[in-house]
Write a protein that binds this ligand. Structure first.
Ligand SMILES: Cc1ncc(COP(=O)(O)O)c(C=O)c1O
Length: 385
């Protein structure tokens, strides 16, 4: 096993406090919350950033580094999203601004927006903070995994519904939607003339099946969709930033650009260098990390099934997130109990659409730390008896 994937916690909690994850809680708390990895970045990325600093760092072209845009087009083509060229891309400072810009550009205050829940909290924040009305389509746990309730989805639509927000692969459930599910969602969106924002930031961290961009299904859905992507989940570069909004419909991108004008800043030269190096030269690193994460996912699954069967859990098909139902054991105070009594810092399910008693665990860490975290949980549960 590569040692670099099992870092020493004393090094993760660096003395400068650079890591939000490792400094948010007191030192005896094991942090498995905010979504970055405890692994060092790929050496080709670090090298590219250092090299880039040897070049002028004045204003870059406003549309971004052309070579990076071409790599992103190729990368999307690898996922089956074809027919793009650099003019179909709008670089953003990271992915969250693309979520907010989509909401602002494609809807008006008072409009209704459908989002699956549980979901990455900024989806909900963007709606609430800008007075759009969130309509929740809950993913339902079934023996086959988290499922979309299409009848419920249909009942959510009113004449004020404008936009469907998708997260695929899905944060926090780890679902990777299958072609037939995406086809049904696309048919639904087209029939009701909805715009679609599809956040596909996790597309390269898939363990089962394969990621399918919804905009790749056909021309009609492509023309109604903005796809969001970025480097940070796959390559662990969140602090560098970088994101992209992609659409075959350039009018949609222009609408997003208008919303971001004057606020979005200009492309960051270090972020662009890192992203390009990631796409060109970090595939070996990615394969190792993905295989380690799959091992962590399998370890977690086996542990929960054998030693904590009371915890509700469906193994994720992608991402490095596990969505855990502690309601039966810890009730709605699960997050506080886990923090205070097990000294584990997890994400509170409340922020994901009101899921009190649910916790999101980030397993992008060394296996010894994951094991330690699960044993802390097990001890807490044993003490409840
Ligand atoms: C679905 C999703 N979108 C966006 C982000 C954040 O992206 P960024 O840091 O590039 O703004 C995350 C981070 O976890 C995420 O899970």
């Amino acid at each position: 096993m590569a040692m670099w994937l099992e870092p020493d916690p004393s090094q993760l909690r660096d003395p400068h406090g650079y890591s939000l994850k490792w400094h948010f809680y007191p030192p005896d708390v094991l942090p498995l919350w905010v979504a970055d990895m405890d692994f060092p970045i790929a050496e080709p990325i670090a090298e590219a950033v250092r090299e880039r600093l040897g070049q002028p760092v004045g204003y870059p072209p406003a549309s971004g580094d052309r070579a990076l845009l071409e790599r992103i087009v190729e990368h999307q083509a690898g996922h089956g999203l074809l027919g793009l060229n650099p003019e179909n891309l709008l670089l953003t400072s990271s992915v969250v601004p693309g979520i907010y810009a989509s909401v602002l550009a494609l809807t008006s205050p008072g409009d209704e927006v459908i989002t699956q829940v549980p979901v990455y909290p900024p989806f909900l924040n963007a709606l609430e903070e800008h007075h759009r009305l969130a309509r929740f389509s809950p993913l339902e746990p079934t023996p086959q995994g988290w499922a979309i309730d299409f009848d419920h989805l249909e009942r959510l639509v009113t004449p004020r519904t404008r936009l469907l927000l998708l997260c695929n692969p899905q944060n926090p459930t780890g679902r990777v939607f299958r072609r037939e599910e995406l086809e049904a969602l696309a048919e639904f969106a087209l029939r009701h003339r909805l715009w679609v924002m599809s956040d596909e930031l996790w597309a390269d961290l898939v363990f089962e099946g394969r990621h399918i961009p919804i905009a790749s299904l056909d021309r009609e859905i492509a023309m109604r969709t903005v796809t969001l992507s970025g480097p940070c989940k796959t390559y662990n570069t969140a602090g560098l930033g970088g994101g992209v909004a992609i659409s075959h419909n350039r009018q949609l991108l222009s609408a997003l650009a208008r919303v971001l004008k004057g606020l979005g800043g200009h492309p960051n030269v270090l972020a662009m260098a890192a992203w390009r190096a990631a796409l060109e030269r970090a595939q070996g690193w990615l394969e190792e990390v993905r295989s380690y994460l799959r091992g962590n996912r399998d370890y977690l699954t086996a542990f929960l099934h054998s030693r904590l069967p009371q915890v509700g859990y469906l193994p994720p098909e992608g991402t490095y997130l596990a969505w855990l139902d502690f309601r039966a054991l810890l009730g709605e105070g699960a997050h506080a109990a886990m923090l205070e009594r097990a000294r584990l810092g997890l994400s509170d399910g409340r922020a994901f659409g009101g899921y009190a008693g649910w916790l999101r665990l980030n397993f992008a860490t060394g296996r010894p730390l994951l094991k330690e975290a699960l044993e802390r949980m097990e001890r807490l549960v044993a003490a409840l008896r």
